[in-house]
Design a protein around this ligand. Structure first.
Ligand code: CMP
Length: 440
């Protein structure tokens, strides 16, 4: 790995941790800022240094934002001038106001009391949470990759923050117990906000003033939504936990119903179950081709090569081909499974496909299936004679066990190989050699 790639990886990792750090700081601010505005606790000692550090860190983040590339309509914007103007137009003003340490200036009596309202700018730090998407992206947690655990985590995260803000609002309008110390006040308020948002509402803390009643009604209405959202999300997270398996089970249930309805013989049913059991264990029920077909050509080629790497490595026949030809062949390979005793083709059939064995054992047998000429296993190929010679199959091929094969059709293979005379000559040699052996 050259130095440039190493540095890029290092930089990406640093960026990841930097964004995680900013996310944690923004979370801290979203909890602390409303509390400070309510209780105005003194920012001394460790809190003082923490406030200063947060302002410095957000300032560094502001400077870096002028240089950080971003995504627009799926394109990565790296042009320095565009990045600069974009940041200046979008977040710059809000970021600048939010990083300004007004609270420290108040603490040090550097700002007159009349300007206390300026502390409202501290609220702007909460806006940093919108940047959460950046953090999620750098950690590879984009919308569709959300695992159940992450979805659950962010669901609880947002609801907890919302409950906190609701509780702070409740204290602000004088809800709950008065004349008690701040901790008690907050604990009672968060209890009220969670019971109200969760639609439990024990009724032990009730609104008194009009303002409080209206606030409580609004929280109840939002609460009904939040509750529904929470229950719906948890249900969907649980049912999607293993979506692929659930879909496979559903498919199996449909097949079972069909087999019962059509009264299929028991041994046939056993065969079908054995096939699906194999497909599930070996491929998790995925149809590679369907997934590949949806991808853009450049990505498809790379994914195809990656997926078939183990096969290409196993097949010495392909190892002799150029990288270019391999990628073309690989992209045209189709997977197919044969069960024990299945004939892949019979002697005398027309040669339409060339097969590669990914896993399993096949037998080369006579027309009546009694004489076994030989066996082929992982990494071997067969069916090339009829393909190259345009002649009927020289022998029958039977699966000895469950076989995971890949095949390429005759026309495609011939067209592909035509452009590579060296490889074509090599196959012809192999064909002659096998035919000689066959004659013996
Ligand atoms: P084809 O004639 O198309 O169909 C039968 C296949 O069996 C044949 O191609 C070869 O791929 C394969 N085959 C026949 N004889 C041998 C052998 N001696 N060794 C390996 N494979 C063979």
């Amino acid at each position: 790995m050259n130095l440039k790639i190493k540095l890029t990886i290092l930089f990406q990792n640093l960026k990841k941790y930097w964004e995680l750090f900013l996310f944690l700081l923004a979370t801290y601010c979203s909890i602390e800022v409303p509390l400070w505005i309510l209780f105005r606790f003194p920012l001394t000692g460790i809190l003082f240094y923490l406030e200063i550090s947060i302002s410095i860190i957000f300032f560094i983040s502001l400077i870096l934002s002028f240089k950080t590339s971003y995504y627009k309509n799926g394109n990565l914007i790296t042009d320095k001038k565009t990045i600069f103007i974009n940041y200046l137009r979008s977040w710059f003003v809000l970021d600048t106001l939010s990083i300004f340490p007004f609270e420290i200036l108040f603490e040090m009596n550097l700002i007159p009391e009349e300007l206390t309202f300026l502390s409202i700018f501290r609220f702007l730090r909460i806006i940093k949470l919108i940047d959460i998407d950046n953090f999620k992206l750098s950690w590879g947690m984009h919308e569709f990759s959300n695992t159940s655990f992450l979805r659950l985590f962010f669901l609880i995260y947002w609801i907890a923050l919302f409950a906190h803000w609701t509780a702070c609002g409740w204290i602000r309008i004088g809800g709950g117990e008065q004349n008690v110390e701040a901790t008690r006040k907050y604990i009672r308020a968060i209890y009220w906000s969670i019971t109200t948002l969760g639609t439990i509402g024990y009724g032990d803390i009730t609104p008194v003033t009009n303002e409080q009643t209206l606030y409580a009604v609004s929280v109840m209405i939002i609460g009904a939504g939040v509750y529904g959202y929470l229950v719906g999300n948890i249900a969907s997270i649980l049912s999607n936990r293993d979506l692929v398996k659930t879909q496979f089970i559903e498919k199996m249930q449909k097949i079972t119903t069909f087999m019962t309805y059509k009264n299929l013989p028991k041994d046939l049913q056993t065969n079908i179950f054995a096939y699906y059991d194999y497909v599930w264990k070996n491929r998790k029920g995925f149809d590679e081709n369907l997934i590949l077909a949806e991808l853009p050509p450049s990505v498809r080629e790379r994914v195809g090569l990656y997926l078939n790497k183990p096969l290409v490595k196993k097949v010495p026949f392909l190892a002799d081909a150029s990288e270019d030809l391999i990628s073309k062949i690989v992209l045209n390979l189709r997977p197919i499974v044969y069960m024990e005793g299945d004939y892949i083709f019979r002697k005398g059939d027309e040669g339409d496909n060339l097969y590669f064995i990914s896993k399993g054992i096949v037998e080369i047998v006579s027309e009546d299936g009694i004489t076994i000429y030989g066996t082929l296993t992982d990494g071997s190929f067969f069916g090339e004679i009829a393909l190259i010679k345009d002649s009927p199959r020289t022998a029958s091929i039977r699966a000895k066990v469950f076989c995971d094969l890949y095949y390429i059709d005759k026309t495609t293979f011939k067209i592909l190989v035509k452009g590579y005379p060296k490889f074509e000559a090599h196959i012809n040699e192999l064909v002659e050699e096998r035919m000689k052996r066959l004659k013996h």
